[in-house]
Design a protein around this ligand. Structure first.
Ligand SMILES: [Zn+2]
Length: 454
């Protein structure tokens, strides 16, 4: 090969390389190139360059003006071949779907009643023997004595009163020592005091007994059970729900104190005197969801959080943030930080991604707000309303979900999923310079609307 030939070949090679590296799409999802999955769908997302057309399994994929695209492929059991092609590049995925193992139904084993002791504070007492879902009926305190008379899977069945059962994880309790001299707790006294903006309710026993809280309807119903004394030994306090309220339960020795506080209307249409925790989701090594263009959820959440802090302070609120830079902080640390500050409101900020099931690129877009406790439902709704009104973004609704940062009752809490990271149209919105500011403003306005409405 003479010099000229070499030069010509080199020229063609460099043209070829530059075409494939400049024009080819960039694939962000799937993040890990696993070859085996048990998911229903595989989500492919990325950025196409210039006028590149993306075709996945012979289907032309919509590309947003900024190049963002996303497409989910429904997987069948066994081998799935997925071909992603543009004019300049072809990638082939071989994904093996293994069928999801159906959760085994464990049989209920009944046995003679025996005592167990709750090992830690905030142990969930559940309506059903399931680890997830909206089935918590209270959080038990360390040292509470329970009477159990059955087991199913990882759970014990707790006997509360006649025909009333609940469930606790086997690992959350320990058997009481047989030689211990145990005295069945006795009722001492019960008391309710009403103050201007609060009410305090006390039930006193000689030992630690289980309780439940029911927040549905017009009342908050607080019950303590003494099943060893008699199957009808249930002590009930009915409290009429204030308009806007928070509450806290404590147990010292055998005395339950249940305190309900009104959330007061701030004066002069400002947030003066209102304490708010701002919690930007994820951080550090925990990136959260990845967007079509490679954006990280943790970064956008922080941007919104910082804007929200400015906005709320401007409106007179007293705020703290669970993180102000890109660092890892655990959920427990976030909650501990919040509790020390004793706020009225806790706002967590996240961005959504497609679920593993029912992937619908068109439907899964826009803002949604999550809450857990009933007392936070109205503020979640007010914030959702404000965001969808002020921002040109889809309304993905409000949802109740059992998320750790939302379970406290001593302050109102909600979690904003500002947009879908994986939605191409949403990526145009959250990439916009004004998105963080506008979202923060809408959240702040929603909070103010909620606090000032009658
Ligand atoms: Zn998140």
């Amino acid at each position: 090969m003479n010099y000229m030939q070499k030069k010509i070949i080199f020229f063609f090679l460099s043209v070829f390389i530059s075409i494939s590296s400049v024009q080819a799409y960039n694939l962000v999802l799937p993040k890990d190139k696993k070859s085996v999955t048990n998911k229903e769908y595989a989500l492919f997302a990325g950025k196409a360059l210039n006028t590149e057309t993306i075709i996945i399994n012979d289907k032309k994929i919509y590309t947003a003006p900024n190049g963002a695209f996303a497409h989910s492929v429904k997987l069948k059991n066994g081998h799935n071949r997925i071909v992603i092609r543009s004019d300049y590049s072809t990638r082939i995925y071989n994904l093996k779907k293994i069928p999801q193992i159906k959760q085994e139904k464990f049989p209920l084993k009944e046995f003679e009643p025996k005592r167990v002791i709750v090992k830690n504070d905030r142990t969930p007492l559940r309506q059903t023997p399931e680890k997830e879902g909206i089935n918590r009926i209270s959080h038990l305190f360390k040292g509470t004595t329970l009477l159990i008379n059955g087991a199913q899977g990882d759970f014990y069945r707790v006997y509360l009163s006649k025909n009333k059962y609940a469930w606790v994880l086997v690992n959350d309790v320990e058997e009481s020592k047989p030689n211990e001299k145990y005295k069945i707790p006795e009722f001492i006294t019960m008391n309710s005091d009403t103050y201007k903006n609060a009410s305090v309710h006390t039930i006193e026993f000689t030992g630690k007994l289980p309780y439940t809280i029911d927040e549905f309807g017009n009342d908050i119903v607080f019950k303590v059970y003494n099943p060893e004394y008699s199957q009808n030994s249930v002590y009930t306090i009915n409290i009429k729900k204030p308009e806007k309220y928070v509450y806290k339960t404590t147990l010292t020795n055998g005395t339950y104190v249940f305190k309900v506080n009104d959330i007061l209307k701030p004066e002069n249409n400002t947030l003066e005197g209102v304490k708010i925790v701002i919690d930007p989701g994820h951080g550090g090594s925990e990136t959260g969801a990845i967007g079509c263009l490679g954006d990280k959820e943790k970064d956008i959440a922080l941007k919104i959080g910082l804007e929200l802090q400015d906005r709320l302070r401007l409106m007179g609120a007293d705020t703290i943030m669970t993180r102000e830079c890109d660092g890892y902080i655990s959920l427990d640390d976030r909650i501990e930080l919040a509790q020390k500050f004793s706020p009225q409101i806790f706002v967590s900020i996240h961005l959504n991604s497609m679920p593993d099931i029912n992937v619908n690129i068109r439907k899964n877009r826009g803002t949604s707000v999550y809450y857990y406790n009933e007392n936070s439902k109205d503020i979640a709704r007010a914030v959702q309303k404000s965001i969808t009104k002020e921002l040109q973004i889809g309304d993905d609704g409000i949802r109740q979900k059992s998320l750790k940062v939302l379970r406290r009752t001593e302050y109102l809490s909600f979690l904003v999923e500002a947009a879908y990271m994986t939605n191409p149209l949403d990526s145009v919105l959250y990439r916009d310079d004004g998105f963080a500011y506008n979202t923060a403003k809408a959240i702040a306005d929603g909070i103010l609307n909620y606090l000032t409405c009658d």
